[in-house]
Design a protein around this ligand. Structure first.
Ligand code: DGY
Length: 347
């Protein structure tokens, strides 16, 4: 009989595909799960510990995590540390499941995971609202000069309200919106902006999407989007096509009154080119939740610019959202360990 206890549990998993407790009452080995971050919400532990022995990495260093992952059946990833051949080799061939507590997964060597038959899932959907909300906040804050206004208050340079030309910003209402990447978060941004009575909504990406039609958004090429948009939202994943797509050529085509919002990954932007555009008036303002590097060096020029609003990569940082992400990741891992399909598999 070649069936191991673990592979038998796969069969059980398929039979009970719609319930998370796919191992209930089975007398079986426990799986070893490594949680690569000590701050993961408790709910993930509550879910996993029924069927798994959990080891939590407490030191955020690659060297330490390379040791922690040895012998793991599954990884619960909430870390920027790259998961590549070296790390997968360190874990060992029994590693068959990885769940990342993030929607983005640019820190994974996807080809390597696929080659090893590792099941892999992320956390889309549950963070759409939180991230879209912060995108709208950044758009308004940048276009209405929040950083500059705050400095005026702090420095006592607040000019009388009746100077009618002081601190004028850009209107969201009536503006042309450009969304690069109309995925779930891009769509959530578009839905919110409609509530502000924006004008046209443009988007670009691989192809025209039915959701775009439902939103009344127009599919355009990147060049048109850059030239026509008053607000440009970066909501595309980081990959070879999007890496540093916002470069000096990009900023040479933006409206001088345009506002750039980035809630995706800092590496979509050539940051030096962005800083030049902001300093020379090629771009009105930027609202950034993501930047390069993270954490940003405290002497980085972005921090000094009046026309930049920064938040420290906190798009999904609300209690409910982080709990939902942790819960989904844990459930994805358990399901895959039991042989069932993850709720939100990447593959
Ligand atoms: C995500 O979920 O991808 C967030 O940006 C955290 O990295």
């Amino acid at each position: 009989m070649l069936l191991t206890v673990k592979s038998l549990s796969c069969v059980v998993g398929f039979l009970l595909i719609n319930t998370i407790d796919i191992f209930a009452d089975k007398n079986m080995n426990r799986f070893k799960v490594v949680v690569a971050n000590p701050s993961v919400p408790k709910i993930a532990y509550d879910i996993l510990q029924k069927h798994c022995d959990i080891k939590t990495s407490t030191v955020f260093s690659r060297a330490s995590i390379l040791q922690d992952v040895v012998g793991a059946d599954a990884l619960f990833w909430a870390s920027k540390i790259r998961v590549d051949k070296e790390l997968l080799d360190a874990a060992g061939p029994q590693l068959k499941v990885i769940g990342t507590m993030s929607v983005g997964y640019d820190q994974f060597d996807i080809d390597e995971l696929k080659a090893r038959g590792i099941k892999f899932g992320n956390t889309p959907a549950v963070l759409n609202n939180a991230v879209a909300n912060i995108a709208v906040m950044l758009a308004i804050a940048a276009s209405r000069r929040f950083t500059e206004g705050r400095k005026h208050i702090e420095e006592g340079t607040w000019i009388n309200y009746f100077n009618t030309q002081w601190m004028l910003g850009q209107d969201l209402t009536g503006s042309t919106i450009g969304i690069i990447g109309l995925g779930q978060i891009g769509q959530a941004i578009a839905k919110r902006l409609k509530g502000f009575d924006v004008g046209n909504i443009l988007y670009t990406g691989h192809k025209e999407k039915p959701e775009g039609i439902e939103l009344g958004a127009k599919f355009v090429n990147l060049d048109n989007l850059i030239r026509e948009s008053d607000f440009i939202f970066l909501a595309a994943p980081l990959n070879n096509q999007t890496y540093q797509m916002c470069n000096s050529d990009f900023f040479s085509k933006t409206k001088k009154t345009a506002v750039l919002v980035n809630i995706s990954r800092g590496q979509l932007v050539d940051q030096e080119a962005l800083i030049t555009a902001l300093k020379t008036g090629r771009l009105f303002a930027a609202g950034l939740d993501v930047m390069t590097p993270e954490p940003l060096n405290t002497d980085n020029e972005l921090i000094k610019l009046n026309n930049v609003v920064l938040t420290p990569h906190v798009g999904s940082a609300t209690n409910d959202t982080r709990n939902a992400m942790a819960e989904l990741t844990a459930k994805n891992i358990l399901r895959a360990l039991g042989g069932a399909e993850m709720f939100t598999p990447v593959f």
